[in-house]
Ligand binder design. Structure first.
Ligand code: LIP
Length: 257
């Protein structure tokens, strides 16, 4: 499975990069306020869905841009063809292809490829975790006095909740924050240690399914209770080492969204 999924993620990233090289001519539509989709997203998702269906014909599919296929195996591949579409369409580097396997009710394996950042991660619980072909090291112990968290706030989240989240991080937790505009990029930054963790509000399962299993393998957890996660719904979560989850978890219970 590893080799097949790696090859599909690579091919998808290369197709996305080819579209990125001709940005001005891409057709772009608005899905909603501050939410864009381009022919690149759709083309890359079609490729991933086709390749996954060829390799794993009994597995289900769920994609951000509409790919959908019922599962006969109990396993479902959850796809974000380009996470960070806004960045992609503006010529930025923070975007990635994400392919994750949902199995036995939780993320079990994933591959993410950020071509413009030259980062390819693959793995999952019990399957190892690799970055660019090398083992991903476990993160050093969390130190609150120098902590920084990536933040992703979906535009549909009420502004009061967005402000409450930023205030909680700065004032109550007393830590720094960063924002790449791509959940997968933020979570790759957790893997590489640029940030200690991630706070996401209004995040979708396809933003998370590819990279969370890789992070779990190196001891990074989340506040999500997978038994109650709706794969088509919006999620609020913290991801990080246990002390960071405990530091930011009270915020989640205080929000209206
Ligand atoms: C985006 C996320 C981003 C989040 C956005 C959106 P897309 O995914 O990665 O972090 O804040 O609301 O969901 O739409 O670029 O695949």
């Amino acid at each position: 499975m590893r080799n097949e999924v790696a090859a599909i993620a690579r091919e998808a990233g290369e197709l996305a990069a080819a579209h990125f090289a001709r940005l001005p001519s891409l057709r772009v539509e608005e899905k909603g306020p501050l939410d864009l989709v381009s022919e690149a997203d759709r083309d890359v998702e079609r490729l991933i869905a086709r390749r996954l269906a060829e390799s794993f014909p009994d597995d289900g599919l769920l994609g951000e841009e509409g790919a959908s296929r019922p599962s006969r195996s109990g396993r479902t591949w959850v796809i974000d063809p380009i996470d960070g579409t806004f960045n992609f369409l503006r010529g930025g580097a923070n975007w990635a292809v994400s392919i994750g396997l949902h199995e036995d009710g939780r993320p079990s394996f994933g591959a993410v490829f950020a071509p413009r950042r030259d980062q390819f991660l693959i793995g999952g619980p019990g399957a190892g975790a690799m970055i660019n072909g090398a083992p991903l090291p476990r993160r050093p112990a969390f130190e609150a006095s120098v902590a920084v968290v990536g933040v992703g706030l979906h535009p549909a989240i009420p502004v009061d909740d967005q402000m409450a989240a930023l205030r909680f991080i700065a004032e109550t937790a007393g830590i720094a924050s960063r924002n790449t505009g791509s959940a997968v990029s933020d979570l790759i930054d957790v893997a590489t240690g640029l940030v200690d963790g991630y706070l996401g509000l209004g995040i979708s399962s396809w933003d998370l399914m590819g990279v969370l299993p890789i992070l779990e393998e190196v001891g990074i957890g989340t506040t999500l209770d997978w038994d109650s996660v709706d794969l088509g719904g919006k999620l609020n979560l913290v991801c990080g080492p246990q002390p960071l989850l405990e530091l930011l978890d009270p915020l989640l219970g205080s929000l209206s969204c």
